[in-house]
Design a protein around this ligand. Structure first.
Ligand code: FHN
Length: 627
């Protein structure tokens, strides 16, 4: 190596784009969650006294109700006399749903069961604020009825519970953030104690398989204040308390979101770009509302919902699809229609959903998604290829036969060569909504043509060494480096163990077997490259760009109407956040140190903004709407 003593502090703009993929799940599922992980598809039910009003479950906040007016004019008139648990359980069963989560208490604070916890009274302090005591509905226990009907249909019964409680005497709604402020520290501690007693009621009386928490927005990682009165340690304590009551219960992350608490993440109305690093579930509305809204007839089609469910499962998630019963307890006709049509597809294709897991491939085809289970790869085709050929990247597995779930006895001819399995298709799709091809294989389906799994990139500072796991195949490495005063702006590569992999041609990494290697980039003038390096690794065989920005950024809720904006980053979090108004003027700045970060933007006036999240290597820019 030429004696170059000078060091280069090259600030090299780097976007490390690496898809981290593996055919193996990247996390283990605890035994108590196996039924949930295999169920994949559940029903969400938003049902409360707000259903009587028919303006959605946020009516108390959005319509500026007072506690007294809401209780006497809305809750008191709620009478779900036509609620039929058997009908709802059969609807879920026919749709192919394996579990059901119903709101026991939403933000309104109205309890759908007979609670004995005395602080959950109406504003007069004389009557329990719950269905049997506060309405003319009578003494029926609809949660018990629904639990019994679910069990008769082999559906797991689960409960939703809001930590936030707009009608409880301990707190008042914050008309600015729409969350709630605690009256005092003692009110806070008393409320939390009473909430635990209520949860004990729910756990011991109904034994829900999942406790689905929500309304934890007023959280912070440190000590509580009257407006930020729920803390990370409260969430940890709540989780441990529930697990002490029932070791089998599964609990979502919203005991206190953003800290990876609970047993699974719950992205809402969105599907993560890539599988998350622990079990997760997307919850979704059938129209645009959770609770019944008279005017919301904007229902998604069954095809849209099936496609989203398949997309979720192909990224190793669960799908919780919501219905909002009317005030009388009946299910809106359009919801019934959509669920029945989903059920028709599930009756033929549920094998590709139940107990199916993430795609074995890092990149997704243009025509649909993959799911898999031991012995089978499922190719969900939503767009029928015009040329009559379906291309699937080759597998390491031997293929026994290929057929569709629509016509299981008809074998599909195929050829497997040059990195692809090519299926010859009939002119028209057997199922125009989503034809599912099944590749019967030996073992767990595993990609052969997409193989280099890039684990944590180790940037050593000098030479930009990278650590890559290999298990067969080849990848193109390329880099653009700008040593400030190097004679030649290109780089060459070396690998640490040529028994595991080698670089035959400029930048073509050929992996020979399972193993970890270190790829070292050296500037052609052999100077040290200091700083961080842009590595673009594209799959030589398929030519697909296999990258997703290793750092993905989620900002939600956006549009933002409630004030708190959540930022969740995967990978190494970017550090600086700036919000610009439509004139390009910075209106808010934050330094981010955690992957999950939340802050209040309620001071921003309604309008369009640009949010820029960056570090010295990369930038994330997105539109933000403050509504
Ligand atoms: O505010 C609630 C909303 O009413 C609904 O319950 C959804 C369902 O996940 N969760 C909150 C909004 O994020």
């Amino acid at each position: 190596m030429k004696e170059h003593s000078y060091r280069l502090y090259a600030l090299i703009i780097l976007m490390i784009q690496i898809s981290i993929h593996a055919s193996k799940a990247q996390y283990t599922i605890p035994p108590r969650m196996e039924w949930w992980y295999e169920a994949r598809f559940g029903m969400f039910i938003h049902f409360g006294s707000y259903s009587y009003l028919g303006h959605g479950e946020w009516a108390f906040s959005e319509e500026n109700w007072t506690k007294s007016a809401y209780q006497t004019q809305v809750s008191a008139n709620f009478n779900p006399s036509d609620f039929n648990a058997g009908t709802i359980a059969r609807l879920a069963k026919n749709a192919g749903m394996k579990y059901l989560v119903i709101t026991a208490k939403h933000h309104e604070g109205f309890c759908m069961w007979e609670t004995d916890v005395q602080s959950f009274k109406d504003i007069t302090g004389t009557t329990m604020y719950d269905l049997p005591d506060y309405t003319a509905f009578g003494t029926r226990d609809i949660l018990q009825e629904l639990k019994d009907s679910c069990e008769a249909q082999d559906i797991k019964f689960c409960l939703y519970y809001s930590i936030l409680d707009w009608n409880h005497s301990s707190q008042e709604i914050n008309r600015h953030t729409y969350y709630s402020n605690m009256a005092s520290e003692s009110a806070r501690t008393d409320y939390i104690a009473d909430m635990k007693v209520q949860l004990n009621e729910l756990i011991t009386r109904y034994h829900p398989a999942v406790m689905w928490f929500d309304g934890d927005w007023t959280y912070n990682a440190g000590s509580p204040t009257l407006s930020s009165w729920w803390t990370k340690s409260d969430g940890e304590d709540l989780y441990n308390y529930l697990r002490s009551l029932d070791t089998a219960v599964i609990i979502n992350e919203r005991v206190c979101r953003s800290f990876s608490l609970g047993d699974f993440d719950c992205p809402e109305k969105e599907v993560p770009d890539t599988p998350l690093n622990r079990p997760w579930e997307t919850c979704q509305t059938m129209n645009n509302s959770w609770g019944y809204k008279i005017w919301d007839q904007n229902y998604k089609t069954p095809a849209t919902l099936i496609r989203e469910m398949v997309k979720v499962v192909s990224r190793d998630g669960n799908y919780l699809l919501n219905i909002g019963p009317k005030g009388d307890g009946t299910v809106p006709e359009q919801s019934v229609k959509v669920l029945n049509q989903i059920g028709e597809w599930m009756a033929v294709n549920s094998e590709s959903i139940y107990a199916a897991t993430r795609s074995p491939f890092a990149s997704e085809p243009v025509w649909g998604y993959y799911t898999k289970k031991p012995g089978k790869l499922f190719a969900h085709v939503f767009e029928w290829p015009d040329n009559g050929i379906l291309k699937i990247p080759s597998l390491v597995n031997s293929i026994k036969k290929i057929y569709t779930l629509t016509e299981t006895t008809t074998s599909i001819s195929f050829a497997d060569s040059n990195g692809y399995i090519r299926l010859s298709l009939p002119d028209t799709a057997p199922d125009p909504m989503n034809t599912v091809f099944v590749l019967d294989v030996s073992g767990i389906p595993e990609a052969s043509s997409e193989f280099i799994k890039v684990t944590d990139i180790v940037i050593t500072g000098e030479n930009g060494a990278k650590t890559i796991d290999t298990y067969g195949g080849s990848l193109q490495l390329s880099a653009t480096a700008y040593p400030l005063d190097a004679t030649d702006n290109t780089v060459s590569w070396t690998v640490s163990d040529t028994n595991v992999a080698c670089i035959d041609a400029e930048g073509l990494l050929t992996a020979k077997q399972d193993g970890t290697i270190t790829v070292t980039a050296v500037a052609n003038d052999e100077s040290d490259i200091r700083g961080r390096l842009r590595i673009t690794i594209s799959n030589q065989t398929t030519g697909d760009q296999q990258f997703r920005d290793q750092t993905t950024v989620r900002i939600f809720p956006n549009p933002n109407e409630h004030g708190i904006l959540n930022i969740i980053q995967t990978g190494k979090p970017k550090s600086e956040l700036v919000i610009y108004d439509i004139y390009g003027c910075p209106v808010m700045k934050h330094v981010i140190s955690e992957k999950s970060f939340s802050f209040d933007i309620s001071s921003l006036s309604t309008g369009f903004y640009t949010i820029r999240i960056s570090d010295d290597a990369s930038v994330f820019i997105h539109k933000l709407i403050k509504s």
